[in-house]
Design a protein around this ligand. Structure first.
Ligand code: TRP
Length: 340
C-alpha cells in the first residue's frame, strides 16, 4: 500500500483561445476537486513553448489561464495556482526523468505523432520529451490524482512507468506514488459546433466552431444558434446518439453544464426539434459561463491581482517542490550543500 497522501495536480497550456472544451474537460473538474483534495493547478508555460510562442502573447495567455482558474472558482488561497516557469524544479526534475524514461516509451506516444505531423525532423526536441516534463510536473509534488482529458491518459500511464522505474533503479520502492488519472464525465470531449466528429479546438479556422471563455453572452447564444444540426428530431436513447454526432455534442454540453446525467437530458429532449434544445442550451450556457467570462475580463483588465496570485502560488509550490527535489538529488547521488 502506498503511504502517499492524496494530492491533486493538473496543468493547462497557455496557448490562447481558452474554450468550452477546456472549461468542461478540465477547469470545471478542478473546481469540484477542491472540496475533497489539496490541489495544485499549474499554467504550463514550459509545455507551451514546445511549439514557438510569441513572448508577449505567452505572457498574456499565461495570465488568461490563471484568470480562468480564479473566475471559475478555484480558490488560490486554499489551493495553489501558479505558472510552471516560476518553479525551476520542474525543469530540473524533467532532466533527471529524461534519463529514466526510455526512447522506446516515448516513441509510442500518439500525441507526439499527431502534433509532429509528417515532418518529424522539424519538430522541436522539447515536443518529443514533453511527456517527461509532464511526469516531472506530477511527481515533483508526489501527486496521486490527475484530472485530465482522455487525450492525456497515455501520458499519465507513462508517468506511472517513469515513477516505477525511478523507484526500482534507485531502490526506493515508495519514493514516487503511482498517479491515477481522473477522467471525468460525458462531456470531457467537447466537439466542434461546426462538425460533431471533430474536437473543439483553439486553432479551428472558424470562430463559430468554438465557444471561448471570453465570448459575450450574445456571442455564446449566436454560436449555439448557428451550430450544425441534422434534419431529424432528437432521439430518445443515449445509444442512438452514436449515429448523431451533432445531437450528441449539444446534449452532452447541456448535461455537463447542468451537472446532470446525459440519460436524463436525452429523455427531456426526446422527440423535440434542435431549435428547442438550442434555445435552452443558449440560456444555460450564457447563465453558467457568461459570468465566468465577465469575471475573467475584469481580472485581465488589471492583471496585478492575477500576477500576485501566481507569485504567491509559486512560492508555496516551491516549498513542496524543494523538499522532493532534495530527496531526488540525494537518491540519484548528486552532491549538494546541506541546508544552512
Ligand atoms: N499535457 C497537458 C495538456 O496538454 C497539460 C499538462 C502539462 C498536464 N503537465 C500536466 C496535465 C500535468 C496534467 C498533469 O493538456
Amino acid at each position: 500500500m502506498s503511504s502517499h497522501v492524496a494530492r491533486v495536480f493538473s496543468g493547462v497550456q497557455p496557448t490562447g483561445n481558452l474554450h468550452l472544451g477546456n472549461y468542461l474537460g478540465a477547469i470545471k473538474n478542478f473546481v469540484a476537486l477542491q472540496d475533497t483534495h489539496p490541489c495544485l493547478y499549474c499554467v504550463v508555460d514550459l509545455h507551451a513553448i514546445t511549439v514557438f510562442q510569441d513572448p508577449a502573447e505567452l505572457r498574456h495567455n499565461t495570465r488568461e489561464v490563471a484568470a480562468a482558474f480564479i473566475a471559475a472558482g478555484v480558490d488560490p488561497k486554499q489551493h495553489i495556482i501558479f505558472n510552471q516557469a516560476q518553479v525551476p524544479e520542474h525543469a530540473e526534475l524533467a532532466w533527471v526523468l529524461n534519463c529514466v524514461a526510455r526512447m522506446g516509451w516515448l516513441n509510442r506516444m500518439t500525441q507526439f505523432k499527431e502534433k509532429a505531423g509528417k515532418d518529424r525532423e522539424k519538430a522541436s526536441v522539447g515536443l518529443y520529451v514533453y511527456p517527461n516534463l509532464m511526469a516531472a510536473d506530477i511527481l515533483l509534488y508526489r501527486a496521486t490524482h490527475v484530472p485530465v482529458g482522455e487525450d492525456q491518459k497515455q501520458h499519465i500511464e507513462l508517468a506511472r512507468d517513469i515513477a516505477q522505474k525511478f523507484n526500482n533503479d534507485f531502490d526506493k520502492p515508495d519514493f514516487f506514488p503511482q498517479p491515477e488519472p481522473l477522467i471525468q464525465g460525458p462531456a470531457t470531449r467537447v466537439m466542434s459546433l461546426r462538425d460533431g466528429t471533430k474536437k473543439m479546438s483553439k486553432s479551428d479556422p472558424s470562430d463559430l466552431a468554438r465557444i471561448t471563455m471570453l465570448d459575450t453572452p450574445d456571442e455564446i447564444a449566436r454560436k449555439i444558434r448557428k451550430a450544425k444540426t441534422d434534419p431529424d428530431a432528437l432521439p430518445d436513447t443515449v445509444s442512438a446518439l452514436d449515429a448523431r454526432p451533432e445531437a450528441a455534442n449539444l446534449l452532452g454540453i447541456y448535461a455537463a453544464l447542468a451537472d446532470r446525467p446525459l440519460a436524463g437530458v436525452v429523455d427531456e429532449f426526446a422527440g423535440a426539434q434542435f431549435s428547442k434544445l438550442k434555445e435552452e442550451l443558449a440560456e444555460l450556457a450564457t447563465a453558467t459561463i457568461g459570468p465566468i467570462g465577465a469575471e475573467m475580463q475584469r481580472l485581465m483588465d488589471d492583471p496585478t491581482g492575477v500576477d500576485a496570485a501566481l507569485a504567491d502560488g509559486a512560492a508555496r509550490a516551491r516549498a513542496i517542490a524543494d523538499g522532493v527535489m532534495q530527496d531526488v538529488r540525494a537518491a540519484v547521488g548528486f552532491l549538494q550543500t546541506p541546508a544552512p
